[in-house]
Design a protein around this ligand. Structure first.
Ligand SMILES: NC(=O)c1ccc[n+]([C@@H]2O[C@H](COP(=O)([O-])OP(=O)(O)OC[C@H]3O[C@@H](n4cnc5c(N)ncnc54)[C@H](OP(=O)(O)O)[C@@H]3O)[C@@H](O)[C@H]2O)c1
Length: 252
């Protein structure tokens, strides 16, 4: 009997899977049977993640990807089409921050964050949708947004704009391709313990936890579980939605 969370036979691309949340998502999807393409710029790290997934009995391969580079994206998809012939799952996870108050924010900082966190999602998703439609797969697209895109955060106008942007992008695309059996959703984490949050002092961490209804920062597994739900058969009637995974930091 096949389990509803089984991803056996599925090909999944996870961007920004060389560390942090993306790495945990890649491990979780592989543990459920998917063949996972571990995509990032740093190939040394991506290869190490793929190797450790394989050692654990999963199926994974490292692929080079810079989501800000218009030639890197079609190159990757050419390789996917040649080697695997299909793509079932896309997780847009690659993201960066470059914080600063608006009055001091450079145009360069604005452009850099938007290029990775919003335009990168557009470039990768467009290629993924082409391949999914060509092969008529019941595809799953999940983008890792942020609650910051829903509630704002002082010092993150660029990041919040990009993360709000992926919500509108997702809702529009869900309407465009629902008839093809492809679902498109956002997972919006709150504060998650990764390299991105490593710089927080113990005091800042305590203050943050105090604002979170569940009383703790999240971890990669908290986000990966939400992604797994959305790419599984359990969520086959869920599209155009934002799943808030913030432990109650945001309760609208
Ligand atoms: N940590 C949090 O509290 C938190 C909260 C809400 C949302 N998020 C979101 O969750 C996602 C993952 O965050 P994280 O905390 O795990 O961050 P992280 O540890 O800094 O990892 C970011 C990943 O993105 C990749 N990446 C960055 N720029 C890229 C590019 N141009 N092309 C391809 N890959 C790129 C990095 O690999 P390379 O450098 O090798 O390319 C890395 O694998 C992001 O979208 C972030 O906005 C995080």
């Amino acid at each position: 009997m096949s389990h509803v969370l089984s991803l056996e036979g599925k090909i999944a691309l996870v961007t920004g899977a060389s560390q942090g949340i993306g790495e945990t998502i890649a491990r979780r999807l592989a543990a459920c049977g998917a063949t996972v393409l571990v995509a990032a710029r740093n190939q040394e790290k991506a290869v190490a993640v793929a190797a450790s997934i394989s050692e654990a009995g999963g199926s994974a391969e490292a692929v080079p990807l810079d989501v800000t580079c218009p030639s890197s994206v079609p190159e990757l998809f050419k390789g996917i089409a040649e080697r695997h012939g299909r793509l079932d799952i896309l997780v847009n996870n690659a993201g960066i921050t470059d914080d600063g108050l608006l009055l001091r924010m450079s145009k360069e900082s604005w452009d850099r964050v938007l290029a990775t966190d919003l335009t990168g999602v557009f470039l990768v998703t467009q290629e993924a949708v082409k391949l999914m439609m060509k092969k008529r797969v019941s595809g799953r697209i999940v983008t890792v947004g942020s609650v910051v895109g829903l509630m704002g955060n002082a010092g993150q106008a660029n990041y919040a704009a990009a993360k709000a942007g992926v919500v509108g992008f997702t809702m529009s695309l869900a309407r465009e391709i629902g008839s093809r059996g492809i679902t498109v959703n956002v997972v919006a984490p709150g504060y998650i313990e990764t390299a991105m949050t490593d710089t927080l002092t113990e005091e800042q961490r305590k203050a943050l936890a105090g604002k979170i209804v569940l009383g703790r920062l999240g971890n990669g597994e908290d986000v990966a579980g939400a992604v797994l739900y959305l790419v599984s058969d359990l969520a086959s009637y869920v599209t155009g939605t934002v799943l808030n995974v913030s432990g109650g930091l945001l309760i609208p």
